[in-house]
Write a protein that binds this ligand. Sequence first.
Ligand code: NAD
Length: 417
Amino acid sequence: MATKELNPFKIAQRQLKIATETLGYPDEMYQALAEPMRTLEVSLTIRMDDGGLKTFRGFRCQYNDARGPCKGGIRYHPDETVDTVKALAAWMTWKCSVVNIPLGGGKGGIICNPKEMSPGEIERLSRAYIDQVGRIIGPMKDVPAPDVYTNPQIMAWMMDEFSKLHGYNVPGVITGKPIPVGGSEGRGDATARGCVYTTREAAKKLGKDLKGATVAIQGFGNAGQYLALLMDELMGSRTVAVSDSRGGIVNMDGIDPQKIVDWKNTTGRVGGFEGTEEISNKDLLEMDVDVLMPAALENVITKDNAGDVKAKIIAEAANGPTTPDADDILYKNGNFVVPDFLCNAGGVTVSYFEGVQNAMNYYWEEDEVHQKLDKIMTRAFHDVYDAHEKHSVHMRTAAYLVAIERVVEVMKLRGML
Ligand code: NAD
């Protein structure tokens, strides 16, 4: 169980409170933004491979749809909680706003351990989820996507189930689909690519060259693997440490990004990769590197270890890796944070492109996707950086200021506030 300090929803509310106070909004404005519009809790009973029945709990939270249909991934995790889903839905609201795409925020999840389930069981669970939440989602209402331990195949099953319920193909109900099912070119690495673009802009502001810069990456799934590949390919940086849930590896001369991706995908872990030594997840976070990229789960940089973080730039691919207390410590110590909902907004931005292409039934080339993504991420970084300078606040609060002002402006124009 998360303690109150580490409850992600309490953290999301605390971050919102700090930002609304900085903006000089009255408490009633904070109250209007501090809770989700609605959260649906569902019970999902499926037939397991052994012939027995098993019941799972799932959630879909629609936090705020003032700026457009809700948008946010679906996470499969044994430790999933309704408060994690609500926090992630809040962050999606601010994320879509900070990059200025016309979408609101939502999030979903199922308490399950997909590592212990067969593909057939995962498919039945995914279809059951859509049978339940299908009534509140849709291209104009709420558009899910992948998150931790969900993937394009699961999105294809979900799109299929929703389409069956409606009697016609509805590719725009979900994003992160495989390309033949209506996915977008460039979606696979979009989150990491967006992180790399914002890290590039941060380095420019700090007068640092990323060529040859050392990088440590915590978490080696979708986001983490592409980070290693793209920091090398686009920036010429040197990944020196990576980790997954089973531990980490380090080699200060650099780890070949393609080889470690192949190794992870063959063996299921980063550990044991030739030419590297073991490192714990804790020690990886405290390494003396130029760029630290948390790309796993929440609350890994806390008040207990923030003072020991040495990286000059912390580019948060993961959602919620840093607690508010830790933020203050990092800011004081001069560690520059590219905050999660700005840094990892590349995924939702290309998801937005996917929805646009589904609506047009016309598909773009990969280059076009990359160019459009770069433009949006670069502009968003500078909007936030300008607010950080103008208000003398750290980058996370600055990102909130930019995002909240945009949501509030629309809510006021629509007469919602
Ligand atoms: P994923 O399931 O593909 O990978 C998660 C990785 O984290 C795995 O390698 C896993 O072994 C590792 N991990 C789990 N527990 C860990 C621990 N305690 N210490 C170290 N590593 C651990 O998930 P993902 O899609 O890469 O997402 C990672 C983070 O990025 C999440 O916070 C997610 O919300 C965020 N994110 C992902 C996307 C996306 O498009 N995939 C978009 C925005 C944000």
